[in-house]
Design a protein around this ligand. Structure first.
Ligand SMILES: NC(=O)c1ccc[n+]([C@@H]2O[C@H](COP(=O)([O-])OP(=O)(O)OC[C@H]3O[C@@H](n4cnc5c(N)ncnc54)[C@H](OP(=O)(O)O)[C@@H]3O)[C@@H](O)[C@H]2O)c1
Length: 263
C-alpha cells in the first residue's frame, strides 16, 4: 500500500455564510501508517450528515472542524491492515475517518460492524440515524399507543425512521417536510397518517388540522419557526425530543429561538 495516493477532501475555509463547494478542495495526501493500537482503513461509505455543518460553528459533542484539515465525518470502512489485537484485515468498522480514501484510526475509536448488504444500511437504519431515531423517540419521547407524534425533517434519515417506529407503536403520526413529493412519500409509502408541507407556509394552522387532538410527542429535528409552531400545540405532559436544529445550521447563526414562550 505504501506509495499509494490518499485522496482527501479538505475544508479550506470555515463558511461565514452558506456552505458551498468553494469551501472544499480535493488533495492527494500520503498514505497513513497505522501506529500500535491503530488500524489502516479503506473508507467505503461516508455519512454526509446535517451535523457536519454544525461542527463548523464550534465544538459540540465533538471538537469543531477547523480550516485546512481533512473534513471530519463518520464512515463505514474496511480494515486493510491492523496493529490492534481485535481487528483483522477485511473487518468492517464504523468510525470518524474523515472525508478521505484511507485513514489510520485507533481501534478504541472504531465499532466493529456486522457484514450485511446493502452496506449503506449500516449508516442509515442500523447506524447513527437509526439509533438516534430509536432512542430519541422511545426513551425521550416515550410514545404511548393512540398518542399523536409529530416529527420534523420527516423525510430525512432520522425523521423517516422516527415516524415508522411511532406507527409500529400505534401512534397517530404527522410528518413535517418540504414539498408535495416528500409529503406524499410520507403518507403513501411510509404509512404516516398526515403530512404538513412547511414550505406552503401557515405551519401552525396546518398542524392544528393534522393533529386535532394536540401533540403528545414532538421529535424536533429543525428548531426555529417549526419548533415555535409546535410548542403551543403540545398537550399537558407532552414530550419534546430535541434532536437537532437544522434550520439554524447553515448561514450566519441567527440565535433565533422560540418566541412567545413564557420563560
Ligand atoms: N443523522 C444522524 O445520525 C443524526 C444524529 C443526531 C442528530 N441528528 C440531527 O437530526 C436532524 C436531522 O438529521 P438527518 O440526518 O435526518 O438530516 P437529513 O436526512 O439530511 O435531512 C435533513 C432535512 O432537513 C430539512 N430541512 C433543512 N433545512 C430546513 C429548514 N430550514 N426548516 C425545516 N426543515 C429543514 C430538509 O428537508 P425538507 O426538504 O423536508 O425541508 C432536509 O432534507 C438534524 O438536526 C441533525 O443534526 C442527526
Amino acid at each position: 500500500m505504501s506509495g499509494s495516493i490518499n485522496r482527501q477532501v479538505v475544508l479550506v475555509e470555515k463558511p461565514s455564510g452558506k456552505l458551498g463547494s468553494e469551501h472544499f478542495k480535493m488533495v492527494e495526501g500520503a498514505m497513513p501508517e497505522p501506529k500500535d493500537g491503530e488500524a489502516l482503513l479503506r473508507v467505503r461509505y461516508i455519512s454526509l450528515d446535517a451535523a457536519n455543518r454544525a461542527w463548523m460553528h464550534g465544538a459540540t459533542y465533538r471538537s469543531a472542524v477547523e480550516a485546512n484539515s481533512v473534513m471530519a465525518g463518520g464512515a463505514i470502512a474496511e480494515v486493510v491492515s491492523s496493529k490492534a489485537p481485535d481487528l483483522a484485515p477485511g473487518d468492517i468498522v464504523f468510525g470518524d475517518t474523515g472525508w478521505q480514501e484511507f485513514a489510520a484510526v485507533p481501534a478504541k475509536h472504531l465499532t466493529k460492524m456486522p457484514k450485511l448488504e446493502p452496506m449503506t444500511h449500516l449508516l442509515s437504519v442500523f447506524g447513527i440515524a437509526g439509533l438516534t431515531a430509536y432512542f430519541g423517540l422511545l426513551e425521550v419521547g416515550k410514545p404511548k399507543e393512540g398518542e399523536t407524534v409529530v416529527v420534523s425533517a420527516a423525510a430525512g434519515s432520522v425523521g423517516s425512521i422516527v415516524g415508522q417506529i411511532a406507527k409500529i407503536r400505534g401512534c397517530r403520526v404527522v410528518g413535517i417536510a418540504g414539498g408535495a413529493d416528500k409529503c406524499s412519500w410520507l403518507t403513501s409509502e411510509l404509512g404516516f397518517d398526515a403530512a404538513v408541507d412547511y414550505k406552503d407556509g401557515a405551519v401552525f394552522r396546518a398542524l392544528r388540522a393534522a393533529a386535532p387532538k394536540g401533540i403528545d410527542v414532538y421529535f424536533d429535528n429543525v428548531g426555529g419557526d417549526i419548533l415555535e409552531a409546535c410548542i403551543p400545540q403540545m398537550n399537558n405532559y407532552g414530550r419534546i425530543a430535541c434532536c437537532g436544529a437544522i434550520s439554524q445550521y447553515d448561514g450566519v447563526p441567527s440565535a433565533h429561538g422560540p418566541r412567545g414562550v413564557p420563560g
